[in-house]
Write a protein that binds this ligand. Structure first.
Ligand code: UD1
Length: 386
């Protein structure tokens, strides 16, 4: 039996306190907030932890995606993992005491996800985890720790792909807690694709040469931010050298995350990014990134979400990591796990030029209605006919 704090009866409307913290959370929460608003008996309450705070990494997404202003912003900011996680927990606890929600809903795998789930469960508040059960099986990845622990303490585990269920069962999680609902990030993609910014316009706004978007050779999009790729000088230098080499045959638009920008400067690697075939631009807003990806010949990335977005778009994706927690993007979608080694990237690029790359198909329930299903499950648990 689910209970709210101190086993009080759930008031009506039941408050679902939704947490966001970092860039990849915003596109996931947008359809959830809309579905909660449309569901009689449920009320969304939005808390932003402030893990990401730059306009380009945070506020811009709220405006573009029509996400309601957060009811509260904890303004936690950057720090070591321990500092950041602890600070979110410390600042989130009084919010729960005040708001007394029926459930706390967290998304994805960032530090804010585990921090808020942990505070909630210790207070006897139900936890809902959107994007549960994904596993890279690589515990050196901070996100993998966040995923495993959040799932262990969640009451509602909402999954994006069918392979997540066996992962959760293996970890002793009861099947009744798991709900296969589809992919909220793809809800957002489908709702916004027609509004995506033309690549040419995004390049102009970023101060880059717009012609690159119309190059007859096509263009590739590159994103990098994983510590394993950008915090080690040799790895980062190898990646950027390889990108420079392939850009001569198919130009590259590189959207640079703040962490990566800092490392490139620290390691003195800026010289690898010169030349007419590479556009180096700041982190893009949602609609600009969507337009850039949709128009690309291929996307090279170490992001989790972009592996799914490229599958939904039918654009070939080369994942510059040794593992992925999203195997369906490989089995059914357009993703290829390439890793960070230069020879492997060059081989994958040659295959792309020779074959045009993977086309794939859209996975089950990536149909734009995942958030609606989530609201339905929560209404079933917390809204009582009277
Ligand atoms: C975090 C998430 C990662 C997600 C990524 C998307 C964790 C463990 N990691 O990694 O899963 O894929 O966000 O971006 O939660 N910075 C800014 N402005 C900002 C935010 C960050 O300049 O608005 C800089 C700071 O120097 C900060 C660094 O970027 O130290 C890293 O930010 P942080 O949130 O610690 O991790 P990410 O690498 O962004």
């Amino acid at each position: 039996m689910l209970k709210t704090m101190n086993a009080e009866p759930v008031p009506s409307p039941a408050t679902i306190l939704c947490v966001v913290g970092a860039r990849p959370n915003f596109m996931k929460i947008a359809p959830v907030m809309a579905a909660l608003a449309a569901c009689p008996g449920l009320r969304g309450y939005l808390v932003h932890t402030g893990q990401h705070y730059d306009v380009a990494m945070s506020a811009g997404f709220f405006a573009e995606l029509g996400i309601p202003e957060p009811d509260e912003n904890l303004e936690v900011g950057s720090g070591s993992h321990a500092q950041q996680t602890a600070e979110v927990m410390r600042r989130f606890e009084p919010v729960l005491d005040r708001v007394r929600p029926a459930a706390v809903l967290v998304v994805g795998d960032v530090n804010s996800t585990i921090a808020c789930a942990l505070v909630a469960v210790k207070k006897g508040i139900a936890v809902a985890h959107v994007e549960a059960g994904l596993r890279s099986w690589n515990r050196a990845m901070p996100e993998e720790i966040n995923r495993v622990l959040t799932d262990q303490i969640s009451d509602f585990l909402f999954t994006t792909e069918q392979g997540a269920l066996p992962n959760l069962l293996r970890e002793g999680i009861a099947a009744e807690r798991v709900h296969f609902v589809g992919n909220v990030m793809i809800d957002t993609l489908r709702a916004n694709l027609a509004r995506a910014t033309p690549p040419r316009q995004s390049l102009i706004e970023a101060g880059a040469a717009p012609g690159l978007a119309e190059d007859p050779r096509g263009y590739q999009v590159l994103t990098l931010h994983r510590p394993s790729n950008v915090d080690d000088r040799a790895v980062l230098s190898g990646l950027l050298t390889t990108v420079r080499d392939i850009s001569a045959r198919c130009p590259v638009v590189f959207t640079v995350h703040p962490r990566t920008r800092a490392r490139i400067a620290e390691f003195g690697l800026d010289r690898l990014l010169g030349g007419p075939d590479i556009a180096v631009i700041p982190p893009q807003g949602y609609l600009a990134m969507l337009g850039l990806m949709a128009g690309a010949r291929a996307v090279l990335t170490d992001s989790g979400g972009i592996q799914e977005e490229t599958t939904a778009l039918g654009v070939p994706c080369f994942t510059l990591r040794e593992d992925t927690e999203r195997p369906i993007t490989i089995e059914e979608g357009t993703n290829t796990l390439v890793g960070p080694a230069p020879a492997a990237i060059l081989a994958a690029f040659d295959r792309l030029l020779a074959t045009g790359g993977k086309t794939g198909r859209i996975p089950a329930l990536w149909d734009g209605r995942a958030a609606e299903r989530i609201a339905g499950v929560l209404a079933g648990a917390f809204v009582h006919p009277d």
